[in-house]
Design a binder for this molecule. Sequence first.
Ligand code: SAH
Length: 253
Amino acid sequence: MIYFVGAGPGAADLITVRGKALLERCDQLIYAGSLVNPALLGFAKQGCEVLNSASMTLEEVTSRFVYGEERGWLTVRLHTGDPSLYGAIREQIDFLAPRSLPFEVVPGVSSFCGAAAALNAEYTLPGVSQTLIISRAGGRTDVPPGQNLAALAAHGASMAVFLSAALTDEVRRELLDAGLPPETPAALVYKATWPDQKIVRGTVGGLTDMRKELGEDKTALILVGGFLAGGPDSYQRSKLYDPSFSHGFRNNG
Ligand code: SAH
């Protein structure tokens, strides 16, 4: 059996209970070495074969799946954050499914959740944004037409931009081209939830300088939107917890 497991954003104790139990049981562990916290490898049992996929091709990974299945092993394929975001699991699943090799996906805490926690932020503030856009700048992987950052930014929604810290200047330009005011709040979060987490807050107009201040261009998220503004006057309070608002679970008067 092959389990695609979300490792969580970094801190080793942010993997799910289910993910950790599988790590403890597996005979073979193939982990995304560039981003997964090595501390997680310590959960694997003695004798578990541990492979870093950073230096492997898709074909090498899938041949290890077959190798494990031939031996009746439990394989864990460990992806950073949640596997459904930029995890490249679909191409692995499309290898396994037609061959009837059994697999299951175990979700994880994505880095956009880890970054929000690090900032004490809520992406969906009433009166500010009820939408979170998860995207990336076009790099070596193309972004389909209509989904460039400028087009997305036109919505004025909260944004979490992955895989783009090295392209921060380009992100800044696209957001400003979209008409976002330069004073729109922004934050760079490097290695959210890791011991060496770093946060730089600022504005869209200041993104280039913020990137210099951060001094890192990998493993960082660019967050953008009014949800990052401080102060209780920058949003409306929720209806859910408003005393004058009745709902299915609470009646007034
Ligand atoms: N599946 C992962 C994303 C993998 S793509 C997830 O759900 O988080 C890799 C990108 O994710 C990095 O370039 C960076 O933008 C972001 N990332 C991953 N871990 C991060 C962390 N701890 N802090 C900030 N950004 C992170």
